[in-house]
Each structure stands twice: as structure tokens, then as C-alpha cells.
Design a protein around this ligand. Structure first.
Ligand code: NAD
Ligand code: UDP
Ligand code: UDP
Length: 336
């Protein structure tokens, strides 16, 4: 039998007069793609102070340049696999490479980031009485045998494959979150994020949307990995950030799927990018990597009911916004 303990009292510092009106928020991985968009939104609220902790493995200070020097903003070079001592009210824990080429580059580091990194952030949440949100992933469903995937599905994950450092790492991170919740009364939130895209993605990070847009702008063939019939569902980053904040501010622990249910095969995605950016492009079929999930689409019933959230931006509207950002960064003139 499990007992849920009451949440720990916030540290005395947090009860001081100064802090009562302000919310101090830690964003780990805040220099990355989703993290930096989240920071932008949090900083819009003048009652928020934001601290970003990031080791810049896949993120960059550039993503946060408009906030550096701002009195309500602080940036710390920090690796979450090491303990961190700060006084905060909320923790958005995003630190972890998200693109397969980066998380497979140093798999031992990836699993340490997921397991030890999450343990440290939970220890911190426990000490200061903060609420903590973990950005988990649709990859916890592995190569799913149920379609679309509801949160109640336990998944079909290879424990010893090349993606396991990420998939299993996030699964352990979720377990740690629930164990700290049950054992220590920590207030937790878990988002299971499905493929997200938008401006500021790493140009060469290997994910499919960033690859196709960069290839299209460079006039290179679009590399569709075989068989090309595998599916993904792509959520625009502003919708994702909205969902994350609603989850943090709401009353439900989750896990809650956040993603756009619009499902596309990789061939359809390539055709769409071709049509929007350059109809002359060639589509080239290339080898795939092991354990690539064959289908993925979120069941977002829970997010709709519990958070009143659903994505607003359609793929056809989001891709041109990303094209604009990539054209600027690649120094390629946008065609009329
Ligand atoms: P990203 O790679 O752009 O951002 C991750 C950030 O974490 C980077 O700034 C990186 O430098 C930092 N980081 C990595 N390891 C760290 C460590 N040990 N210590 C401190 N900082 C570290 O990726 P993203 O797309 O912004 O993903 C953010 C989060 O969302 C991740 O937790 C990821 O697993 C999750 N997620 C993303 C997607 C997606 O489609 N983008 C899908 C599912 C889940
Ligand atoms: N931790 C941290 N910051 C804190 C408090 C804890 O990084 O403010 C780390 C701590 O180093 C430990 C982990 O979080 O490795 C788990 O902490 P907890 O107190 O739950 O466990 P314990 O220290 O008793 O193992
Ligand atoms: N993919 C592709 N071409 C690329 C990169 C990826 O066809 O240049 C495919 C990949 O095989 C997978 C899907 O796109 O089926 C999504 O891959 P991504 O790495 O973006 O994210 P994942 O969902 O696998 O984490």
C-alpha cells in the first residue's frame, strides 16, 4: 500500500516578503529549442524571475541573447548530472539532448542526464518545496502496438537497443518522478511530448523537419529514410509551450500527452516541404537506423479535458515560419 505524504514546506527563503509576489522558475535545458521558447513566454510575465541551467551540449546562448543582462534573468553553465543549489518555486526540467544523432553520440551521458539529472532536480525540488515538471517523450511508447497512443499504454520499448539510452532513460525519469511524489510528497507534472518543430531548431541536428527544411533551402535532395511510410505527428513549438505552462499551472500530475494529432508519413512530409519551398526538389530514399518507430500519433483526449489544450498551428502554417527562420540563419534568400 502506498501513502502520499503532504508536500514539503517551501524553504524559509521562499516565505520571505520579497518572494511572495514573485515566482522564481528554473528551466533546465533552457538554452535549447523548446526551452528557449518557454523562457520567452515565462519572461513575458513580469512577476517571473527565470534561471536557466544548461551545459550547452545541444543548446546555445544565442537562443537566449535577448534576455542576457535582464534583471529578472540568470543563465548558469551547469550540467544537471551534478548537484545544483538554487532557491526556486518551480522547475521545468528539460535538460536532455532530444535529437537521435545527439542522444546516440554519447549514450552513457544521455542516460546519466536522464537518471542522475532528474534525481538531482528532484532532490532540489524536495529541499526547496518546488513543483517540478519533466519533459518526457512519446518515445516511452517505443514502437507502439496501439495507435494512437493514450497515456495508459505501457509501450513497446527495446531495453538494449541504440535508442534505449533515451527511451529507457526517460522511463526511469518518469519512475523517479512518481517515486518522489509518493514517497516525499513532491508536486510533480509529466508531459509526454510528441515530435515538435519550429524556429531555433539546430539546423544540422538530424531531425526530420529541420533536415528537410535545410535541405530544401540548400537545393539538396530530401532524404527520406526507408520505408518512408513510417508516420509522425508534428506540433508547432508555440502550441507546445502553451501546453507545458498549462500543465505546470494545473492540478494534474500527468503523464499527459502533448502533441499535434495530425499524422503524416515521411514521404507526405517530404512532398509538403517540396510543394511549399521548391517543387523542383528531388526526394532521395536512404537507409534507416535501427528501432525506428513505424507509427506515432498522440491521443490528446486527456490534454483537452484536463488542460483545455489542443494545438492551433497546422503543419502547413508552421513550416513556412520555420522556413523563414532557417533562411535567415543559412543566409539563403527566400523565394517569392
Ligand atoms: P534541445 O537539444 O534543443 O534542448 C536540450 C537542452 O538541454 C540543450 O540546451 C542542451 O544543451 C541541454 N542539456 C543536455 N544535456 C544537459 C545536461 N546534462 N545538463 C544541462 N543541460 C543539458 O532539445 P529540445 O527539442 O528543446 O528538447 C527539450 C526537452 O523536450 C528534452 O527533454 C526532450 O527530451 C524533450 N522532448 C522533445 C521533443 C521534440 O520533438 N523536440 C520530443 C519529445 C521530448
Ligand atoms: N540535490 C541537488 N540540489 C539540492 C538538493 C539535492 O542537486 O538542492 C541532489 C543531491 O545531490 C542528491 C539528489 O539531489 O544527489 C537527491 O537528493 P535527495 O535529498 O533526495 O537524496 P539523498 O541526498 O538523500 O541521496
Ligand atoms: N527521417 C527521415 N529523414 C531524415 C531524418 C529522419 O526520413 O533526414 C525519419 C526517421 O526515419 C523517422 C522520422 O523521420 O522515421 C522522425 O525522425 P526524427 O529523428 O525527426 O525523430 P524521432 O521521432 O525518430 O525521434
Amino acid at each position: 500500500q502506498t501513502t502520499t505524504k503532504p508536500p514539503p514546506t517551501p524553504s524559509p527563503l521562499r516565505n520571505s516578503k520579497f518572494f511572495q509576489s514573485n515566482m522564481r522558475i528554473l528551466v533546465t535545458g533552457g538554452a535549447g529549442f523548446i526551452g528557449s521558447h518557454l523562457v520567452d513566454r515565462l519572461m513575458e510575465n513580469e512577476k517571473n524571475e527565470v534561471i536557466v541551467a544548461d551545459n550547452y551540449f545541444t543548446g546555445s546562448k544565442d537562443n537566449l541573447k535577448k534576455w542576457i543582462g535582464h534583471p529578472r534573468f540568470e543563465l548558469i553553465r551547469h550540467d544537471v548530472t551534478e548537484p545544483l543549489l538554487v532557491e526556486v518555486d518551480q522547475i521545468y526540467h528539460l535538460a536532455c539532448p532530444a535529437s537521435p544523432i545527439f542522444y546516440k553520440y554519447n549514450p552513457v551521458k544521455t542516460i546519466k542526464t536522464n537518471v542522475i539529472g532528474t534525481l538531482n532536480m528532484l532532490g532540489l525540488a524536495k529541499r526547496v518545496g518546488a513543483r517540478i515538471l519533466l519533459t518526457s517523450t512519446s518515445e516511452v511508447y517505443g514502437d507502439p502496438l496501439i495507435h494512437p497512443q493514450p497515456e495508459s499504454y505501457w509501450g513497446n520499448v527495446n531495453p538494449i537497443g541504440v535508442r534505449s539510452c533515451y527511451d529507457e532513460g526517460k522511463r526511469v525519469a518518469e519512475t523517479l518522478m512518481f517515486d518522489y511524489h509518493r514517497q516525499h510528497g513532491i508536486e510533480i507534472r509529466i508531459a509526454r511530448i510528441f515530435n515538435t518543430y519550429g524556429p531555433r531548431m539546430n539546423i544540422d541536428d538530424g531531425r526530420v523537419v529541420s533536415n528537410f527544411i535545410a535541405q530544401a533551402l540548400r537545393g539538396e535532395p530530401l532524404t527520406v529514410q526507408l520505408p518512408g511510410t513510417q508516420t509522425r505527428s508534428f506540433c508547432y513549438v508555440s502550441d507546445m509551450v502553451d501546453g507545458l505552462i498549462r500543465l505546470m499551472e494545473g492540478e494534474n500530475t500527468g503523464p499527459i500527452n502533448l502533441g499535434n494529432p495530425g499524422e503524416f508519413t515521411m514521404l507526405e512530409l517530404a512532398e509538403t516541404v517540396k510543394e511549399l519551398i521548391n517543387p523542383e526538389l528531388e526526394i532521395k530514399k536512404v537507409e534507416n537506423t535501427p528501432d525506428d518507430p513505424r507509427q506515432r500519433k498522440p491521443d490528446i483526449t486527456k490534454a483537452k479535458e484536463l488542460l483545455g489544450w489542443e494545438p492551433k498551428v497546422k503543419l502547413r502554417d508552421g513550416l513556412p515560419l520555420m522556413e523563414e527562420d532557417f533562411s535567415l540563419r543559412l543566409g539563403v534568400a527566400k523565394k517569392d
